[in-house]
Ligand binder design. Structure first.
Ligand SMILES: NC(=O)CCC(=O)C(=O)O
Length: 265
């Protein structure tokens, strides 16, 4: 099972331009059937929050159709990053979704932890459903969005629900690159699962610079592939699900847990 991250620079408030970049990356990349392609957070709009209502997709149908077309054409699964999404009235959610290689919708999740440092709570509404696992190749996976990375409880829930791979789609700022890399590694080591972190790069009109460094980490915390901080890149690595079993036999943290000793969990 191969994961392929498309690390590209999101152009703020320009859906057509960003979709064009994704289509071009599909064309240029040597994709194999069954690959899992991963996009970053808010890739259709960037953090153009002042105009986010206009940029949002009603019920996601438009962008989902485009992703389904690509999935079928290239016979790959797509963890389609996230997009601004109007569900009810004018509330805009930050919603990610997964499409399988037949173009079928597999899973959808809206970011539950809105990031104050980027003013998300002023413009977006938090999702009201916890992240769940979904199936990919008969195995469970999880999907969370950017700031969610700072909440280990969420990852633990997914791991206890047997997620073998957790995707983190992000627009993570460059000023906190060390947090991005350290937290992703920690989540992989403490949950003994693969972590796939997909990020954008470049400087937005408001001066915010994003960190790149898309990364794939194995259940022992080793980096299998990592992008640069400022270049368009395809970051890919194979995922060996048997390796999870070996790591968990060698360091059996799930057997050693003392649930009765944790006051707030
Ligand atoms: N887009 C985000 O959620 C950014 C998160 C962030 O900046 C941080 O956690 O630090």
């Amino acid at each position: 099972m191969r994961t392929v991250i498309f690390q590209f620079e999101v152009t703020e408030a320009d859906y057509d331009e960003n979709l064009g970049k994704v289509q071009e990356l599909f064309k240029r990349t040597d994709l194999k059937e069954d690959d899992i392609v991963v996009l970053p957070e808010m890739w259709t709009s960037g953090y153009a929050l002042e105009s986010i209502e206009d940029l949002a997709f009603r019920n996601l149908e438009n962008v989902k159709e485009e992703m389904a077309k690509l999935a079928k054409e290239y016979k790959v699964n797509i963890v389609a990053g996230s997009v601004p999404n109007i569900k009810v009235g004018s509330d805009v959610l930050n919603t990610s979704f997964v499409i399988d290689k037949d173009g079928a919708h597999v899973y959808e999740y809206s970011k539950i932890h809105l990031v104050p440092m980027l003013n998300e709570p002023d413009f977006l509404k938090g999702g009201d459903a916890a992240a769940d696992t979904f199936e990919i190749f008969g195995n469970k996976a999880g999907l969370v969005i950017c700031y969610d990375l700072r909440f280990p409880e969420l990852f633990r829930d997914l791991a206890l629900d047997e997620a073998k791979v957790i995707f983190v789609v992000a627009e993570w700022p460059a000023e906190r690159t060390e947090h991005w890399l350290t937290l992703l590694k920690a989540r992989a080591i403490e949950n003994q699962c693969y972590i796939v972190g997909s990020n954008t790069f470049g400087t937005q009109p408001n001066g915010a610079t994003f960190a790149g460094n898309s990364i794939i980490i194995n259940p022992f915390g080793e980096v299998l592939a990592q992008g640069s901080e400022g270049r368009e890149e395809v970051v890919s690595a194979d995922i060996d699900l048997d390796y999870i079993t070996r790591v968990r036999e060698d360091i059996p943290i799930f057997k050693s847990r003392r649930r009765d000793m944790y006051k707030f969990l």
